[in-house]
Design a protein around this ligand. Structure first.
Ligand SMILES: O=C(O)[C@@H](O)[C@@H](O)[C@H](O)[C@H](O)CO
Ligand SMILES: [Mg+2]
Length: 402
């Protein structure tokens, strides 16, 4: 069996997506997601100039060998551009293998570990009251777990505040939008939000919160401690994880569960955090860390330390990533939760898929492969639009973590 062609498909049905389609001499093809939000075209070039020429003529069944070839063979290993490209290839090859076997992907991975995949939705509001209302809306839709992000009094345009209630798109302009951040206002406000949510909705719903790398370890410990009575499912990315040891300080001071990893690219980014049990959930997904092949290694390491998965699932990861992630989640023994930020109707139409939402859970389909395709005719209606992620500044103008 041979790879005959591989093509990169760029489209913008509401937001930009980069998709890889690998075709074979047996008529079977596979689809992978290579979207790197705000830096999309760098991955397009990496794939077109450096990866695709190496794929033509290769046996697509040799997934492991192709992974090693692309990872080790580049010499310049790791990083978001390379690993998004490797992820797309790997996802497409698993799609091909599963289609050849006539099985849904989760069967090839080892079969079903659960009937359905618990997901959390995104409730956002400009004020505390709006956010409480938005959480109520998700509860009404059947969600069991909800992430709450709110505007903060005195801060204009902080992270995570959606324009509508259902869709949030941070990459909103061709040049980065500048947002403002103030840690002390945030630290005073966040516990009030979660106290109000518990008061309104009681103990039952799982509540999550994304700190988006904004705090120092000490501030993160203060927040975790203040949120303990509100019993969060997790506090996400409380501080940047470049220094993995920074999490020791947070861990020693609070029992609020911690999730990290949406910007990790390999097992090395997560290794110390996992081995020292400094986090509870690892959020790395299929698209960011080398596809199914490498994510499986991260999950296996995590399972030795009772760390569970909590895959990133924002809308900049296309339905292709969501489909593959759901097969992974259906199999992986140490599953925790899956993020599910709904795609727009245009996006869903461009990427026909067989997964579905039911009462707070997602269910992957039974179609052979990962169950997601790309409609190449529709794609032509949505050309690429430059869009970058925002930057954050403190009130005095200092650049901060976004
Ligand atoms: O947890 C999340 O979903 C966020 O951190 C993302 O929305 C993130 O900001 C985007 O994926 C960036 O592209
Ligand atoms: Mg996040």
């Amino acid at each position: 069996m041979k790879i005959t062609t591989a093509r990169v498909i760029v489209c913008s049905p509401g937001r930009n997506f980069v998709t890889l389609k690998i075709e074979t001499d047996q008529g079977v093809y596979g689809i992978g997601d290579a979207t790197l939000n705000g830096r999309e075209l760098s991955v397009v070039t990496y794939l077109e100039e450096h990866v695709i020429p190496c794929l033509i003529g290769r046996d697509p069944q040799r997934i492991e060998d192709i992974w090693q070839f692309l990872y080790r063979g580049s010499y310049w290993r790791r990083g978001p551009v390379q690993m998004s490209a490797v992820s797309a290839v790997d996802t497409a090859l698993w799609d091909i293998k599963a289609k050849m076997a006539g099985m849904p992907l989760y069967q090839l991975l080892g079969g079903r570990s659960r009937e359905r995949v618990l997901v959390y939705g995104h409730a956002n509001g400009e004020t505390l009251e709006d956010t409480v209302e938005a959480v109520g809306h998700y509860i009404d839709m059947g969600y069991k777990a909800i992430r709450a992000q709110s505007g903060i009094p005195g801060i204009e345009k902080a992270y995570g505040i959606a324009r509508g209630t259902m869709h949030y798109e941070p990459a909103d302009a061709a040049l980065p939008t500048e947002t403002v951040w103030d840690t002390s206002k945030y630290l005073r406000f966040a516990p009030k939000l979660f106290e109000a949510l518990r008061k309104e909705f009681g103990d039952e719903p799982e509540l999550l919160h994304d700190v988006h790398h904004r705090l120092t370890p000490n501030e993160a410990a203060q927040l975790g401690k203040a949120l303990e009575p509100c019993r969060l499912f997790w506090m996400e990315d409380p501080t940047p994880a470049e220094n993995q040891q920074a999490f020791r300080l947070i861990r020693e001071r609070t029992t609020t569960p911690i999730a990290v990893g949406e910007i990790f690219h390999t097992i090395w980014d997560a290794k110390e955090l996992i081995e020292n049990q400094l986090v509870d959930y690892v959020r790395t997904t299929v698209l960011r860390a080398g596809g199914i092949t490498h994510l499986r290694r991260i999950a296996d390491l995590a399972s030795l330390y009772q760390v569970r998965t909590g895959s990133h699932g924002a809308t900049d990861l296309s339905p292709v990533t969501m489909g593959a992630a759901l097969h992974f989640d259906t199999w992986v023994p140490n599953f925790g939760i899956q993020e599910y930020m709904r795609h727009s109707d245009e996006t869903d139409a461009v990427f026909p898929h067989d997964y579905r939402f039911e009462k707070g859970f997602l269910l992957c389909g039974e179609t052979p492969g990962h169950g997601v395709d790309v409609d190449e005719k529709l794609v032509a209606q949505y050309p690429y639009k430059p869009a970058q992620l925002p930057v954050a500044r403190l009130e005095d103008g200092t650049i901060w973590n976004w």
